[in-house]
Design a protein around this ligand. Structure first.
Ligand SMILES: [Zn+2]
Length: 373
């Protein structure tokens, strides 16, 4: 309570207040999918402002997708000359597929330096995601020699998983990716770099003589181990540059790279498995933290992805699974929401999907479990 003044002329001394507050998790993240939909630098900065206001401290920037390559790489100009521009997009409006106009765009390296500095001033770390070995049709359209079949390829009209991925038996692919990552780490100071690793169909690898030769030469059991070989090799490269990798939970299949952090998205199973193996985990289960899912009654809402994630469900999510013992629980380093882009095609829609659920996410990321109300 403030001391009351005896008279108006008395100087009132206000006791100092010390506020002790600290976050529950070190990683409090939100993803934006610039791969499927290109957002301007202005909007990216606004998105970072929102993160900062909510004490979210990681901006996971999804920059590579089948449908668009969004980061300028000086050594491979076709990635953005060709890979950043698709002729059209099929998207769902009500029950109809609508074919929209051409769509594209990319961030120059100057844009990225500008955005990274902006984020740093707001204590937000940008974790760039450079997808591999799948979700890279945009790169294969630009450089078909990086695929198993040699192409040619076109942008798909529909969303969904593409069968064409980087060839894991071709040395040129690893040279390419090391070159790309070398430019990426020059731009992004984040110690941790996201290498994707999700949704990689093995069809092409099964039929590719180079990939099959790699499996034989390296003594691998199958194509899942080939994916593990791929990711582990990229991890070694990034570790040698003082960086670490994070990947989606598919990187557990075929053996987890030794120093990898796992992002658990297909529910919490992958996160539990990784924590039990002593690997750091960021929880971002699609059941609770996919913010492209419907947040209200679908018939009242603008287009959204098929799941249902109302505000209450986000707020009610507990990131540390009960199945883990106290030692294992320490490996849950954070929590993240994801604003994917299949059905989100404007900044206003991205805002609408991200908040207020992003505020609920901020609460579960910051506030200790026992203080949640
Ligand atoms: Zn191959």
């Amino acid at each position: 309570m403030l001391p009351l003044a005896d008279s108006v002329s008395e100087i009132v001394s206000i006791p100092a207040v010390s506020i002790v507050d600290k976050p529950r998790f070190g990683w409090r993240g939100l993803l934006l999918d610039s791969g499927r939909h290109f957002y301007s630098v202005d909007y990216i900065k606004k998105y970072i402002d929102y993160l900062s206001k909510h004490k979210l401290n990681v901006f996971h920037w999804h920059l590579v997708e089948d449908h668009g390559w969004r980061i300028e790489i000086k050594k491979y100009p076709r990635l953005t000359e060709v890979g950043a521009w698709r002729p059209s997009t099929n998207f769902i409006r009500g029950k109809y597929y609508i074919n929209s106009n051409p769509h594209g765009g990319y961030y120059t390296q100057d844009d990225i330096r500008d955005v990274v500095a902006y984020a740093q001033e707001r204590y937000v770390t940008i974790v760039p995601e450079i997808e591999m070995p799948g979700h890279v049709l945009s790169a294969l359209i630009a450089y078909p020699e990086l695929s198993c079949t040699g192409g040619p390829f076109e942008f798909p009209l529909e969303w969904g998983i593409q069968k064409d991925v980087y060839c894991a038996g071709n040395e040129q692919v690893f040279t390419f990716l090391e070159d790309v990552l070398s430019e990426v780490i020059e731009l992004f100071p984040s110690e941790i770099i996201h290498i994707g690793g999700d949704e990689v169909p093995k069809d092409r690898w099964k039929a590719c003589p180079k990939c099959q030769k790699r499996i034989k030469d390296e003594g691998l059991k199958d194509e899942h181990e080939l994916q593990s070989y791929f990711i582990t090799r990229m991890e070694k490269f990034l570790n040698s540059k003082g960086r670490r990798i994070i990947g989606w939970d598919e990187i557990l299949e075929g053996g987890l790279a030794p120093n990898a952090t796992v992002m658990s998205w297909r529910g919490v199973k992958g996160g539990i498995e990784a924590a039990r193996m002593g690997h750091p985990v960021v929880m971002t289960p699609n059941t609770h933290l996919y913010l492209d899912y419907f947040q209200g009654e679908p018939y009242l809402e603008p287009p959204a992805y098929k799941g249902h994630t109302p505000l209450r469900k986000v707020y009610g999510y507990e990131p540390v699974p009960e199945e883990l013992n106290d030692d294992e629980k320490k490996y849950i380093i954070g929590v993240q929401g994801n604003v994917w882009g299949e059905v989100i095609h404007s900044r206003t829609q991205a805002d609408y999907m991200a908040y207020p659920r992003g505020a609920a996410l901020a609460e579960i990321a910051w506030t200790p479990k026992e203080h949640k109300d």
